[in-house]
Design a protein around this ligand. Sequence first.
Ligand SMILES: NC(=O)c1ccc[n+]([C@@H]2O[C@H](COP(=O)([O-])OP(=O)(O)OC[C@H]3O[C@@H](n4cnc5c(N)ncnc54)[C@H](OP(=O)(O)O)[C@@H]3O)[C@@H](O)[C@H]2O)c1
Length: 302
Amino acid sequence: MRRKKRVLVIGANSGVAKALCPKVKGEFELVGTYFKNAPDRDYFSRLIKVNLLLKHLGQLKKELLLADEIVFTAGYYLPKHSNKEILDSNFTSLKNVVDLYESLKLKSRFIFLSSSGVYSTSKSNLIAERSRRISNSVYGKAKILAEDYLKHSQVPYVILRPTMIFGKNFSHTFKQLESNLLQNRIFVYGKGNNWCTYTYEEDLVKVIRKVLLSDIVNDDFNVCNPPIKQLDFWKTLMQIYSIKDISYLEKQDALSDLAHPFDKGFIVRMTRSRVFNCKKVESALKIKLGNNFNKAAQETFK
Ligand SMILES: NC(=O)c1ccc[n+]([C@@H]2O[C@H](COP(=O)([O-])OP(=O)(O)OC[C@H]3O[C@@H](n4cnc5c(N)ncnc54)[C@H](OP(=O)(O)O)[C@@H]3O)[C@@H](O)[C@H]2O)c1
């Protein structure tokens, strides 16, 4: 019998890893690395504790040598993390692993979870892979640095760029939003006709699984579902929380102090009108990323 492909999941306690591992554990042998918090052991044949910021990554060396594929999901991005933590976990950690990987002259593939944040200050409202990657945020800049480091290395790579991920493993991301929802504080920014974007975790898992089964190398893909109107986004959440009232907030107020209790980062996303073109990933992997916001929101907020 052929042995299962061995996949090294770096950042095994991340939301993405928690969504992915149970779905693919039958098809692949999974080995995981974690930093501060150990994930559920059930899905992994081995788990190792590694701080990717240490120069000496001895234990990781052995796992890299054995791996057929690497899925790199490490990287903090929530406002509770300092700029240094964001830069370190999104760029330096990847750089350290890529340096070690190159020194070992490995040829297995490196699947990197980057982010649509690389386009965050791009002027374009219709974003495709060839759109300009430009960002003012430390997070977006760190992801651009990491992508470029990987692209200029000898490592065979696939870069995936999800937008904000919704699903049952991502409820923690929306704590501030949820507390506002529970206080009946829903604001529509502007008229609510702008397009908002999201990635459903189940669809992202499908994409990663298909990439693992494919032989695609040295390519990058934006990964998200079709956009939804901001008003529909709020209406879905109102239904979930049985909220009746909705208020409208002028766009400029959304960016002012008025918005502070809400989570400014999230508001910025809600005030933009953006559409991501994900035809490239759909055609490369022969999949359809459908409109799953209702399902995604139910799972995130219940
Ligand atoms: N969530 C989203 O909406 C979203 C959207 C677009 C892109 N992404 C990207 O997708 C990836 C996964 O996101 P996520 O939300 O699933 O992540 P997450 O739940 O926030 O987890 C991040 C992981 O990074 C690990 N990590 C951080 N610093 C590390 C270090 N120095 N050494 C080793 N491990 C370290 C953490 O390990 P410990 O738990 O052990 O501390 C943690 O498990 C991230 O790179 C993120 O930027 C996420």
